[in-house]
Write a protein that binds this ligand. Sequence first.
Ligand code: GUN
Ligand code: ZN
Length: 644
Amino acid sequence: MKFEIKDRDAAGRICKFSAKHGTVTTPNLMPVINPNKMLITPKEMKKLFGVEIVITNSYIINKDVKLKEKALSKGVHKLIDFDGTIMTDSGTFQSYIYGDVEVDPLEIVEFQRDIGSDIGTILDVFGKPNQTKTEAEQGIKETLKRAKQSVKLKGDMNLACTVQGSIYSDLREKCAKELSKIDADFYPIGGVVPLMENQRYTDLVRCILSSKKGLDPSKPVHLFGAGHPLTFPLAVALGCDFFDSSAYVKYANDSRMLFYWGTEKLENLTELPCSCPVCSKYTASELKKLGKKEKILEIAKHNLYVSFAEIKKIRNAIANGNLWELVERRANSNPYLLEALRELRLRENKEFLEQFEPISKNKALFYTGSQTIHRPLVYRCHNRLLKRYKPAFKDTVAFPEGGKPYTSYYFEKINKVLGKADVNILVDSHLGPVPLELDEMYPFAQSVFPDITDKETEEEVTKIFDDFTQNKNMICWKGNKTLEEIKGSIKKGFNGDVHRISAVSDMQFGRGTGKALLNGKIRVVKSKKTNKIRNVYCNEKHILSMRANDGMFTLKMDGARLLHKHFKYPKLRVIVEKDAVPFVKDGKSVFAKFVKDCDSELRPYDECLIVNEKDNLLAVGRCLLNKFEMYSFNYGMAVKIREH
Ligand code: GUN
Ligand code: ZN
């Protein structure tokens, strides 16, 4: 099995998963195939919806003499006539639904291996939500025991070991940690179907987060039994890679249609609010009048069209860097989901999610509601303002929110203020305090808020503003009369550009880096068109380039040398093994398996220094993974080299 990250946003990721029957892009959905009753064949699914992976049930195959014989002699791919990737489940779910069923936990793994399943599942013990903690603990113990025994039998089949633990976060995390120690290939999160059926999305979020906290980040994660597109965006944002859907048939059987905002009964629809081929072919009344069998088939197709459309939207959102927006918009269509999003306001969850959050994005941050201010990236930004930013002067003048960039919007007023005395200037923005020097940096410039936000955002921003301005002498701009309050003098030689470069550097690379980088004769090259800073030279050495899209720096080799000298090992560094050094010196990417160590504060798409084991600087690059991931992944790129 090969699994590598190609792109990412929030804690979601676009990956390539490769097994014997080809490569699958994640996030992805596996339609459930009932080998006894194929409403739509896998082959047709591939044609209609681009299905790359399906899931079927080895317990059902094993129980039926004919199916069993064919599966054993011809293989599961022939049995269901599909040449793509096939996952099989084990019978756990049947034992949850029907009570004790006769399955031997090890025989069913061997059976899955013998029929040529690409991903087989252990017979985990389904942890029901209403279990006591002791019951949940016992279930985990048995699941772990079976997982350990099953691994020895997997052969060349990939083995899925399910995380259980009922609704007890500590048990889930522990179970995930233990399972990550064994040689498994795939990690489903199990026991969550009853939570989803009852729209207990807050509990679902807790289950996903606690499982993810304990799981090896380099392995695919599957949310078992999640087939409603409503839950896909949030689950992906929290780090789920796969879903499986039997919902498309189950719902079709009683004329219920899936939509990204929820479920609609066909009988209640006067129009079909969808443009899939099915809904384009029929009017609502025509669809209602179809014969029973045909109606089920057509609704099942609609359900799959809608589900795969949502998967595609999610992948687009990851590539564009606006997955959180999609999550928030979807949550706004279901109060239970909206409630579940509140779980992400907890500090410990923000801290966990922040580790996976890219440093900047292709698209501006769009406000969607009171959840936006709680995004992990905003949390990071506020933390960095408090810990990394250092004002130049004693007094500060604060302007209210205005047009962007603030420097141009307040140009005349700023000049008047700075004509009186040397003061710091900041804007009390919808996103929190924005020092003027940072007004081109992501997300301060690249964010869009309505003029009036909401009470919660205002309170959160006020809290940050108060923390940020604590013990500082603040003057709030109230028009020209404020000028009289400004006291002090003007020191000659204050250079606004240098100050801006220094402040952005401190925010991006760490406090004090501005000073370390700008220790010499500075020359700044600006864009002729926009007058924005483009390139920075220190003693005629090119140290930094400022990116036009996010106002952050690309680190040049000469800048990297200065930061290498400034920061002690392992700060800002990715340390590569000896074997990888010649490749790095050749400008090739650093693969995750060659990373020996790295700075725990590096985040996806951060600039980093690549060094050898003796801490000699080899190159400068941009990392795709954080430390946690660099340690775990055996495949794929960890750092893209920029200069060497
Ligand atoms: N299908 C839905 N939930 C589960 C689960 O918890 N375990 C397994 N093996 N299959 C499932
Ligand atoms: Zn439709």
